[in-house]
Design a protein around this ligand. Structure first.
Ligand code: SAM
Length: 298
């Protein structure tokens, strides 16, 4: 992201949730009625046009958009759904930290599951500032969890210090959500985040995230590493930076005191929710992961 502007990718994925909200309830991967309020003017005008279409045409439009994006939209919606389900399944005692929260509205959407819990929404000041401006209108007086906004630039500031100042209960059971962020960071920043999770939370805490896991070498590396990165650079102006090779994911997490609980490749993740699996998704090397702060070393 550009440091002087709110994140465009945060708004883009939010626009995908807003488009999904226009589909009939039974066809949606996620239901986010608040997403539209965080979408800026030009994407908003497209959504207004889509809203005027008959229901069947909206569904057809959403499918075409996803086809043009080679399944990326569906993957992004499916990972959101998987994290929603995880949150709903976690105990009430778990505080929640959203790292790179963007326009995540779970504190309101999932208010019954999050009642009595604190939700730390950690994001860059530019994105967090825009969200703070728009949130009152977006949410109105809808019931919500206790939200603690934490503004920070991951590049150069200590997340730990800011979370402590913000009142994170250090050493308590925590669910960390790191959605759509890790693949834009270098290896050192990814490792530092895993250490943060391990260092600040109790054994049994959870980390849900998605990662880019391209093969380390050979021809598959050329297709599964370089093509997705080029596509992301062209489509989203944010090149993919780093992720562990697939066979290194589990040992990599273990090096940081985290045990792999679940790992689902992009294709199977979208089919889990009945969505169409597009060939490029297989190439993308995207993986959805749930890891646990290790009870043994904790
Ligand atoms: C792709 S968006 C994902 C947003 C959200 N998790 C979602 O899935 O809807 C990436 C998020 O990371 C945040 N981010 C990127 N670089 C950052 C940095 N250097 N410091 C803090 N936040 C950053 C952006 O502001 C943005 O909200």
């Amino acid at each position: 992201m550009r440091p002087d502007r709110p994140s465009d990718t945060a708004e883009l994925v939010c626009a995908w949730r807003a488009l999904e909200a226009l589909l009939p309830e039974g066809e949606r991967l996620v239901s986010d009625p608040f997403a539209r309020a965080f979408v800026g003017p030009w994407r908003g005008s497209l959504l207004d046009l889509a809203e005027r279409l008959p229901a069947r045409a909206r569904t057809a439009l959403a499918r075409q958009v996803d086809r043009a994006l080679q399944g990326t939209m569906t993957f992004v919606l499916a990972r959101h759904r998987a994290i929603d389900e995880l949150i709903a399944a976690t105990p009430q005692a778990m505080q929640v930290v959203l790292l790179g929260a963007g326009y995540d509205s779970r504190a309101v959407r999932l208010a019954p599951a999050l009642r009595g819990r604190r939700v730390f929404e950690v994001d860059h000041p530019a994105t967090a500032g825009r969200k703070a401006e728009l949130a009152p209108l977006a949410y109105g007086d809808a019931p919500r969890a206790e939200v603690v906004p934490v503004s920070i630039d991951f590049a150069g500031e200590s997340i730990e210090a800011r979370l402590r100042e913000a009142g994170l209960e250090v050493g308590a059971l925590t669910l960390w959500v790191w959605e759509g962020v890790s693949m834009y960071l270098d290896e050192a920043a990814v490792r530092a985040t895993l250490d943060l999770v391990r260092g600040l939370s109790a054994p049994g805490s959870l980390l849900a995230f998605d990662a880019w896991c391209p093969p380390a070498e050979g021809l598959r590396r050329l297709t599964r590493r370089d093509l997705p990165s080029l596509a992301f650079r062209l489509l989203y102006h944010e090149p993919l930076v780093w992720g562990p090779p697939p066979e290194r994911l589990e040992p990599f997490l273990r090096e940081h005191g985290l045990a792999l609980l679940e790992r689902v490749e992009a294709g199977p993740l979208v089919t889990r929710y009945g969505a169409r699996r597009r060939p490029w998704l297989e190439l993308s090397s995207m993986v959805f992961v749930v890891a646990e702060v290790d009870r043994e070393v904790g």
